[in-house]
Design a protein around this ligand. Structure first.
Ligand SMILES: [Zn+2]
Length: 283
């Protein structure tokens, strides 16, 4: 039984456990009836040591057979096809890839033939999009009219460059998505209280967002040149300004760093860690 440390009382998530694998599921995405969704924890996997136990990164030094076993267990828990999962290649870009049948299994059971991809979109049922986290922000998008999905990695760089907007634009181009038909969920990631940044990062947000938002987004924390930055609020504003209806935006109340016993947090442990996974599959 996980004793989550919540930032507010909103009932955003279903706390699920299937086949011995605990995970978080957005109630708003479940309510669409169109998708399966999940966000992993550190629990229920096969990895050991600093990767214990549910690590989805092949590139941080973990045993490949353990990572593959973790994908197998997560696929079983979510009741999706492991060999139809498609994985990002995250380098803090705002590049979005349209995933097709030809991509099935890439990054899980076979090599990726692309790189520098932080966002994935598809309208193919049964393909599971997968992105990775350890404090950065997962963005889950479901177009309920055109039956299309998007899943994007948005750290502070992605956020300041409006990854949420860019993913919606890519869905618009590929599938005719209108933001007013989209359910947008902002997933587990670092909270404002935990996220201290330097002046250059605060200034980047100051330039990227209208002055009326600044006090909502960042504030000096009393240390010279240091600020607390709210990536959750920034992504909400991006979705609002993109045309997503306020009632269709759902923001995590679980912080990776406040819950580092259950979630990998880069700010808590640095490079000595595994990666969490976000999963989204059109039924
Ligand atoms: Zn926190």
């Amino acid at each position: 039984m996980i004793d989550w440390n919540y930032k507010n009382e909103n009932q955003i998530f279903s706390i699920c456990e299937r086949e011995g694998v605990p995970y978080l599921s957005f109630k708003a995405l479940e309510a669409t009836g169109l998708v399966k969704n999940g966000f992993s924890t550190r629990l229920g996997g096969a990895s050991k040591g600093k990767f214990a136990t549910m690590n989805f990164s092949y590139s941080r030094g973990d045993e490949p057979q353990d990572v593959l076993e973790n994908f197998t267990r997560m696929a079983r828990a979510l009741e999706v096809d492991r060999d139809r999962m498609v994985v990002s290649y995250q380098t803090h870009t705002v590049n979005v890839r349209r995933v097709t049948k030809e991509d099935e299994g890439k990054g899980v059971i076979r090599e990726r033939d692309y790189r520098d991809v932080d966002g994935l979109i598809t309208n193919v049922p049964g393909i599971t999009l997968v992105t990775f986290y350890a404090d950065c922000v997962p963005l889950y998008l479901v177009d309920t009219v055109h039956r299309a999905i998007g899943l994007s990695h948005s750290g502070w760089r992605g956020t300041v460059n409006r990854m949420g907007q860019i993913t919606l634009d890519a869905m618009g181009e590929a599938f005719g998505t209108d933001p007013k038909d989209v359910v947008a969920c902002i997933g587990p990631s670092i909270c404002r209280d935990c996220f201290e940044v330097g002046a250059e990062v605060a200034e980047a947000f100051g330039s990227a967002f209208a002055p009326k938002w600044h006090s909502l987004l960042f504030s000096p924390n009393g240390k010279p040149g240091k600020y607390q930055l709210d990536l959750w609020k920034a992504n909400e504003i991006i979705f609002l300004e993109a045309g997503v209806r306020p009632e269709n935006i759902h923001t995590t109340n679980i912080c990776t760093m406040c819950n580092s016993g259950y979630l990998f947090s880069h700010r808590r442990v640095g490079e000595e860690r595994g990666n969490l996974g976000a999963f989204l599959c059109l039924k």
